[in-house]
Design a protein around this ligand. Sequence first.
Ligand SMILES: [Zn+2]
Ligand SMILES: [Zn+2]
Length: 247
Amino acid sequence: MNLTQFKTKAQEIHNLIYTNPCTCEISAYNNNDIKTTSNITLNGSKMKANEYLLGCINCHPISNSTKSQATDRFVQVAHKIHGDKGYLYNLGSSNFICPSHGPQTLGNLRNHLSSITPCSVCDSLRLRDRYISQANKSNKGLTNIYFVSFTSKTSSESFFKVGLCFGSLEDRFKDWLVHYDITPIVFSTGNAADIYDLEQKIHQRIKEKQLSYTPMNAYNFGGASECFLASEECINKLKSYIINKTT
Ligand SMILES: [Zn+2]
Ligand SMILES: [Zn+2]
């Protein structure tokens, strides 16, 4: 949407929530293509486009709603923001209905309004599509799944991680190598969609088995939330599982 359309949409929503309009000078990096996650500038202050729809940082008192049940005003705003998605809301309910995936939890109202895809199933599909199109664009539709172990260079800490990368393990973990020795257990290449689904399934299983582990240096590393601890038996099983699924 272009800047004029975006301003109109924001104004309509602000009118529902606030008594005073935003009077800021608005600009964006690309005024012809404003997306949910675009940065916009308001009299010098920066905000994400989806946050601005819910109120201007300069002109409106933005409160963090803790409510999780649909109110009349919430439903009106939600229709303006997520109208194209066909969600159904019920006053007083803490659920909403996704036309493709049925009842979903509303959660925090403000977060619902500012998320790109509030239905968690739609959101997983969006992330999956994004990953696959990135693989198609830059990696011939392929990706790598790795299963590696980490051993601290300075303490007795050790743990495991499964993940995806387009390049080599050295590239993927260049920030981690200061603290850890990394030993590959499996590294396989395959069709991005299949490998993506395989990785998701493994993460799901790790979560269910409550094996997740946060590394001591986690604040430094992307993907640190995907680390885990496991017995030798479990490691061997997982290793064979990945090899079987990728060869
Ligand atoms: Zn403003
Ligand atoms: Zn959905």
